[in-house]
Design a binder for this molecule. Structure first.
Ligand code: 9MA
Length: 233
């Protein structure tokens, strides 16, 4: 049986990533609005757009705290953010939606998503993904590291220094695998199942792009940040 040991610097790496992951959360007033505002499709879409914008801001702050990220080529930093934003936001919202939030926040968010003018064909894969994340019952270290691994995916469009990104991602994967072995000794396949979620995440990029197009067809408005991130309008 291999003796799995987390080194001092790996512990420091996990701590800085988990702190960044927890430090940058959706602001409280956002969650309050989600609970209080009335339930029209327009209002729901508006709230989800605000929430998406807030999630992008949280994502940028979290990414800047991934050790080594800011040492990458500046254009590659942008390419990684643009290329991974949807996947990272799905992971973040999955973790929010899968937790049994005390104040019924999860149910409210689900209700608003279901009544936001989004097509059924996107709803199903989205909620299937949320369910598959919920089943993993990830601890916060795994959530934060899996998000960092997703952001540091080297084969995003327009990335120039592939090797530099791959080296950073490799560092995260080594630590994540050790954490999985230590955290889930009874489930040797747990790490493989986590990585399987990253494959499922990639398919959601396609649905998300379709969803953006269909919203635009209905003349829905986005915020400048979302337009810039996803090159819409
Ligand atoms: C905040 C939120 C939470 C759960 C589901 C949805 C549909 C949203 N909202 C959006 C998402 C989005 C996201 F923020 C996280 C996960 C998956 C996503 F589709 N992307 C966009 C892009 C333009 C406008 C909105 C309203 N929007």
């Amino acid at each position: 049986k291999e003796k799995v040991e987390i080194t001092k610097e790996q512990q420091a790496l996990v701590k800085s990533i988990v702190d960044a992951y927890n430090r940058h959360q959706i602001p409280q007033d956002m969650t309050k609005k989600l609970l209080q505002e009335q339930y029209s499709a327009e209002e729901n879409f508006l709230l989800l757009t605000e929430m998406a914008t807030s999630q992008v801001q949280v994502l940028v702050e979290f990414t800047k705290n991934i050790p080594g990220f800011l040492s990458l080529d500046c254009e590659d930093q942008i390419a990684l953010l643009k290329g991974s934003a949807v996947e990272a936001m799905f992971l973040r919202s999955a973790q929010v939606l899968s937790k049994r939030m005390p104040n019924g926040y999860t149910e409210v968010l689900k209700e608003r998503v279901r009544n936001s003018g989004m097509s059924e064909e996107f709803m199903t894969p989205m909620f299937n993904f949320y369910k598959s994340i919920d089943e993993l019952q990830m601890v916060q270290e795994e959530q934060a590291l899996l998000t960092a691994v997703t952001i540091l995916t080297p084969d995003r469009p327009y990335v120039k220094d592939y090797q530099a990104v791959e080296r950073l991602q490799e560092t995260m994967l080594v630590v994540l695998r050790k954490l999985c072995v230590l955290q889930h000794p009874q489930d040797p396949q747990y790490f493989a199942r986590l990585l399987g979620r990253l494959t499922e995440l990639r398919t959601l990029n396609h649905y998300h792009a379709e969803m953006l197009t269909s919203w635009r067809m209905n003349d829905q408005k986005f915020t400048p940040l979302l337009c810039e991130l996803w090159d819409v309008q």
